[in-house]
Design a protein around this ligand. Structure first.
Ligand SMILES: C[S@@+](CC[C@H](N)C(=O)[O-])C[C@H]1O[C@@H](n2cnc3c(N)ncnc32)[C@H](O)[C@@H]1O
Ligand SMILES: [Zn+2]
Length: 264
């Protein structure tokens, strides 16, 4: 982390920050954020209640590690290009598996993940110690302007003003949004309404230049062991699952749109 201390900026007063004795990140005005023993930094200035808990993040890790999103990870790697030493920030990174799989083990890229849910970052820092993990608000992030070549925003809320600030001049924003068929077998079990991403896509196009979009749709046969984690990985299905109900789910649909924009 010491090597990359220049990427940090105080979320309270916006002044530069230093890593002190590998124990805390401290700004010029002495606002101090401790480095936890697991290696992550908590930049929140007040506690935030999250609907995402430990169980949900464990479930997401099992599902992502199973390879369900492998085509997404490969496509994002392809979009980011060949340049090795990219600085990549994942905003709303959850438990960190997407970022870790995207960068891969041999990558020279520098990965940074931020999420407002401490349980997510705790899990990320336990499993992936070659990435810088931060608890923080992506709308008021603890990073200096023009610090990143790539900002990722996968199935998470966005703040385009902040993403623009964080990107280098020719930086790329890569946002992944669900399309109507995403996990539709589960949606059909629990709700009637269909999902539309129209407004999200419109907002992205208004705010970023040279937008390219890629659609990624596939079905994967489901190993029965993945059914419970798949149901547990979204807060939307909570309280709606009867514990011992047997669920038949032979396959699952992934239907995503990848929006790629250049900094304005
Ligand atoms: C649906 S989850 C997606 C997580 C991860 N990208 C994935 O695909 O597994 C949305 C994430 O956005 C995070 N989030 C929501 N608001 C946030 C904010 N203001 N700042 C940072 N993270 C936020 C949540 O804590 C949660 O981890
Ligand atoms: Zn400060």
């Amino acid at each position: 982390m010491q090597q990359f201390e220049s990427i940090f900026q105080c979320p309270v007063c916006a002044s530069a920050m230093k890593i002190v004795e590998n124990k805390s990140v401290v700004c010029d005005q002495n606002h101090t954020f401790d480095i936890a023993k697991q290696g992550y930094v908590n930049f929140l200035t007040r506690p935030v209640r999250s609907e995402y808990d430990k169980d949900l993040f464990e479930a997401r890790k099992i599902v992502i590690d199973s390879g369900l999103y492998k085509p997404l990870h490969s496509k994002i790697r392809e979009i980011m290009g060949e340049e090795k030493a990219l600085k990549v920030l994942d905003t709303g990174c959850g438990e960190g598996s997407h970022l870790s799989h995207i960068l891969g083990t041999s990558s020279e890229a520098v990965g940074v993940g931020i999420d407002i849910a401490k349980e997510g970052i705790l899990s990320a820092s336990k499993y992936y110690n070659d990435i810088i993990w931060c608890v923080g608000d992506l709308a008021n992030s603890p990073f200096r302007e023009e610090s990143f070549d790539v900002v990722l925003n996968i199935l998470s809320p966005a703040n385009y003003i902040e993403f623009n600030r964080l990107l280098k001049q020719d930086g790329l924003l890569i946002k992944v949004v669900p399309k109507s068929g995403y996990l539709k077998e589960i949606r059909e079990m629990f709700y009637q309404e269909t999902y539309s991403n129209e407004q999200t896509v419109e907002r992205f196009i208004e705010r970023f230049q040279q937008v390219e979009t890629f659609e990624l749709s596939y079905k994967i046969p489901l190993n029965q062991a993945l059914i419970q984690p798949l149901l547990r990985m979204t807060p939307l299905t909570w309280n709606k699952i009867e514990a011992d109900k047997e669920i038949h789910l032979p396959e699952i649909s992934i239907d995503l749109e990848i929006l790629v924009g250049r900094k304005n």
